[in-house]
Design a protein around this ligand. Structure first.
Ligand code: BES
Ligand code: MN
Ligand code: ZN
Length: 491
């Protein structure tokens, strides 16, 4: 999709459809003859401006477009970038067709800000995305939008910056979504590593892939224990971004993403129902890779290192057993009571390694627990931390990017759940508070560095279409992780 800003008067904008954000009780004055018809639309009650409602006017008078789509935005007082992002995405998903390939979205004067322009392009790019690479139906491309422009007559110059930033962030998010729906037979750990290398090369970043041997030399017993049941070799992907000019002092951000390319549960095998969804158990890794792509293009003055432990969790003659004791890179020993709690096992060694590489602040994203889905459903990502300050940076970034995240507790009392009779730690607690004990386990390896953990098990995947987004992988956390780096100011 080509995107851009069109500064000509609205009457001169050529498109198949013009989307106009419209508020309750406020027929938008476009200054063209169609204003009369818009007013009638409101007066008759056919269109009220209610959120997520649409009104379609064909052959609007005074416009160079065959369709005018009034896109309900609700009350003006409650309007923000998140509403615009959703409305733009939903309008596109609903109205794109063989006949609607060129779309313009009108931004009235008051809304002509860089963040609004950014949100509009993001909504459009995220909305037009479908996880359809494996569909051979040739008609699938008939409905995709070819050009999307923000119609902003006489807009200020900084709208271009907003548009550019939004495009980069949304394309990075779609990149993560591309990885998310790859099936386990295609996206093996080594294939994920190859894709990461290709991404790094394309963006001019350094990439290292640690193989099994190197991990053995280092002593990553927890990560290797998970990997040993699979015929697919594991990989620890490391990508480095370093600012060109002067970097901010005292910060080197480590972004860690869980990269389980398929999670059968291992010997503690999962039930077969919905097991296919476990191909998205690498969504945290995909989020970290998407984030570094955006960071490489937007160039914040903060060094960032991405680390993605990529493994497949399989049962088999070589698989680790419940009761096995492994030695982590940190030196701590772990009793593997449940082989399905594998995410924390690969992340603990990676968090230790990130510190060895000099990371001062750590953020991980992981589809870590079913328990977070019980707690927060599919709406909010769960946020855990050992450092309020870093957490507030992450929550602020999430707010800016319109990604819903909710802080969860991590009191010391939860540590009582993590007692093993034979090793330093077990890899599971009791049934209760599973998302918290999983996070607590990670904290034991992230300490003493400031660290935030995002449990995205409920938010990385949509079971059914939303008006603004196709079902499948969401690319959640890409924009938030990138935003943390972009908005980092001296402490
Ligand atoms: N990948 C799963 C978590 C998950 C569950 C993600 C549902 C998305 C949807 C993780 O590896 C896992 O299996 N966790 C177990 C931990 C348990 C054995 C302590 C869980 O949550 O059931
Ligand atoms: Mn598991
Ligand atoms: Zn898992």
């Amino acid at each position: 999709m080509e995107t851009g800003i069109n500064r000509r008067p609205l009457s001169e904008v050529i498109a198949d459809a013009i989307i106009v954000p419209a508020f309750e009780k406020e027929p938008p004055p476009l200054g063209v003859a169609a204003d009369e018809a818009i007013k009638e639309f409101y007066d008759s009650g056919e269109f009220t401006g209610e959120k997520s409602s649409f009104g379609l006017l064909r052959h609007p008078e005074g416009l160079n477009a065959r369709r005018l789509v009034l896109a309900g935005c609700g009350k003006r007082e409650e309007f923000d970038e998140a509403v615009l992002r959703r409305v733009a995405g939903a309008a596109i998903r609903k109205h794109r067709s063989k006949a609607v390939r060129r779309v313009a979205l009108h931004l009235e004067g008051k809304l002509q800000t860089a963040p609004m322009a950014s949100a509009a392009v993001e909504g459009a790019l995220l909305g037009d995305y479908d996880p359809d690479r494996y569909k051979t139906d040739e008609k699938k491309n008939d409905k995709h939008i070819e050009t999307f422009s923000i119609a902003a007559p006489a807009a200020p110059a900084d709208l271009d910056r907003g548009h550019e930033q939004g495009r980069i962030l949304a394309e990075a998010q779609n990149h993560a979504r591309d990885l998310g729906y790859e099936p386990g037979n295609v996206l093996t750990p080594m294939e994920l590593a190859r894709r990461a290398q290709a991404l790094a090369q394309q963006e001019g970043l350094e990439c290292d892939v640690l193989d099994r041997e190197r991990m053995q030399q280092l002593g990553m017993g927890a990560l290797l224990g998970v990997a040993q049941g699979s015929a697919e070799a594991p990989a620890l992907i490391v990508i480095r971004y370093r600012p060109r000019g002067e970097a901010l002092p005292d910060v080197h951000l480590g972004l860690v993403g869980k990269g389980v390319t398929f999670d059968t549960g291992g010997i503690s095998i999962k039930p077969s129902q919905n097991m296919d969804e476990m191909k998205y158990d690498m969504s945290g890794g995909a989020a970290a890779l998407g984030a570094i792509r955006a960071i490489a293009r937007l160039k914040p003055p903060v060094p960032v290192t991405v680390l993605v432990p990529a493994v497949e969790n399989m049962p088999g003659p070589k698989a680790q057993r419940p009761g096995d004791i492994v030695k982590t890179l940190s030196g701590k020993t772990v009793e593997v009571l449940n082989t399905d709690a594998e995410g924390r096992l690969i992340l603990c060694d990676t968090l230790t390694y990130a510190q060895r590489l000099g990371c001062t602040h750590l953020i991980d994203a992981a589809t870590l627990t079913g328990s977070i889905v019980v707690a927060l459903g599919h709406v909010n990502t769960g946020v855990f931390t050992n450092d309020e300050k870093l957490q507030s940076r992450v929550l602020a970034a999430a707010k800016t990017e319109g990604e819903k995240m909710w802080p969860m507790p991590l009191d010391e009392e939860y540590k009582d759940e993590l007692k093993s009779p034979f090793a330093d730690l077990p890899n599971i607690g009791s049934r209760w508070g599973g998302a918290v004990t999983a996070a607590y386990f990670l904290k034991e390896f992230a300490d003493p560095k400031p660290w935030v953990h995002l449990d995205i098990a409920g938010t990385a995947w949509l079971d059914k279409d939303k008006p603004e987004m196709a079902k499948g992988p969401t690319g959640v956390a890409v924009r938030t992780l990138a935003r943390v780096a972009l908005d980092w100011r001296k402490e």
